[in-house]
Ligand binder design. Structure first.
Ligand code: AMP
Ligand code: MG
Length: 414
């Protein structure tokens, strides 16, 4: 699937095509581990879970009140039953309920087999040890049957499934202690560039601080990933080759930023062609046109552009979907919604653009979006202000105030 010589490697391909190739080229992990519920949140369930018990396990009361048998009712008349005992939550009434008997019962407490109804405590009157039920007492109310939520042996959770806090509560309600999940991905990342200085050091002439590793550090913080920061690697062919080949032995994925285009100091392409299988792509998106995807031994490699905004956009649009697929979960499409654009936006034909926008919702509930500011792929301030991408199709030539545009809120894509 990964073919450096293909025509696609030289021409501009659509993002959909790039994702399809990625999906066909990446084999999801299959190794499984068991994790206890407290650390299972956001992990990927590897096989369906069946419920070992009925939930709830027993017929129980939905109210504080009195449990009785509807056969003791008198048609259109009030009736009186003697209170034989009490069923507390966790402490059931352990005798049989006889004819003309009722019991005091509390929410969640077991309803005796002989009873089929619970009346709420506000509806009765008491007379010594007798409980007087009104003439309109209804049969069969306020009872939660055993298994009314989930039946024993039925499917509790199905795959594919990223476990949410709610799923974990559901598993706990079935008494399940641990679950099988796909193992975590081991992901290494590094920055390249002689101009890069790690934060904490003063800048020398011509230097800039390395921000891309910090972007990746945040973007890769995920329950399904073990991440390894390999630091800044200079524009040194030998060093880059050593770093890549050695990281490929011990990781599932390597992500680099910078050095991936065609400048004199851009060595990534050359090294990958020597050490692995590589597709260099020009994806028809902006920001983030040049991107390398390939494989060194059994390790997948993503060579992202150097410009910080391009790193983030290509991570969102290409790398994260690929990691989802590798981790064993279907690629989730970003949620899109329509918003009225309140800025004029310039665009040239030719690439799908992900401009950085600020999305708001007014009182009647309409979505409005405006540009977050300058849109250069080096402009991090507007990326930081933004809360969404404004998605402009390949053939769009810009947007005027008042036109509707498609937006993708960040919260749903990260
Ligand atoms: P390159 O792809 O290496 O030519 O880099 C493109 C641009 O991104 C240049 O202006 C670089 O200085 C900048 N750049 C590359 N890597 C980083 C980084 N880790 N942090 C911030 N800027 C970077
Ligand atoms: Mg560079």
């Amino acid at each position: 699937m990964i073919d450096s010589c293909s025509i696609e490697a030289k021409s501009l391909i659509s993002i959909e095509r790039a994702l399809l190739i990625i999906k066909q080229s990446i084999a999801p992990v299959h190794e499984i581990e068991r994790v206890v519920l407290k650390i299972a949140r956001n992990r990927i369930l590897s096989s369906p879970v069946y419920c070992p018990i009925n939930i709830p396990p027993d017929k129980n009361s939905a109210m504080d009140g009195y449990a009785f048998s509807s056969s003791d009712r008198k048609p259109n008349q009030s009736f009186s039953l003697s209170q034989a005992g009490t069923s507390w939550a966790g402490k059931p009434y352990d005798n049989k309920l006889k004819k003309n008997e009722c019991i005091r019962i509390f929410t969640g407490a077991v309803v005796p087999d002989e009873a089929d109804s619970v009346i709420m405590q506000e509806s009765i009157e008491k007379s010594e040890n007798n409980i007087i039920f009104p003439a309109n007492t209804i049969a069969g109310q306020n009872i939660r049957e055993a298994g009314c939520d989930i039946k024993i042996k039925s499917e509790l959770l199905t795959t594919p499934k990223k476990l949410s806090a709610i799923d974990i509560a559901l598993l706990a309600s079935a008494g399940i202690y641990d679950v099988p999940v796909y193992r975590k991905l081991n992901i290494a990342f590094f920055s390249t560039g002689d101009e890069l200085t790690a934060i904490g050091n003063p800048l020398k002439a011509g230097q800039i601080y390395d921000s891309n590793r910090y972007a990746l550090y945040g973007l890769l913080s995920n329950s399904n990933f073990n991440i390894y920061d390999l630091g800044v690697i200079a524009d040194d062919k030998l060093l880059l080759e050593e770093t890549l080949v050695s990281a490929a032995n011990t990781h599932d994925v390597i992500i680099s930023t910078g050095g991936a285009s065609v400048g004199d100091a851009d060595y990534i392409k050359e090294i990958l062609e020597k050490c692995g299988t590589v597709a260099f792509w020009k994806i028809a998106i902006k920001p983030g046109k040049p991107l390398a995807f390939g494989k060194i031994k059994n390790c997948y490699f993503f060579g992202l552009p150097g410009n910080p905004v391009s790193v983030i956009a290509t991570f969102h649009k290409i790398v994260f979907p690929a990691l989802q697929h590798l981790a064993g979960i279907p690629i989730q499409k970003a949620i899109q919604l329509l918003a009225v654009c309140t800025s004029d936006i310039k665009k040239e034909k030719g690439r799908q653009e992900y401009q950085r926008g600020i999305l708001t919702q007014n009182k009647p509930g309409e979505f409005h979006v405006k540009s977050a500011g300058k849109q250069g792929s080096n402009i991090m301030s507007s990326m930081s202000r933004a809360n969404c991408y404004i998605v402009l199709p390949i053939n769009s030539t810009g947007v005027s105030v008042g036109e509707q545009v498609v937006v993708e809120p960040f919260e749903n894509i990260i």
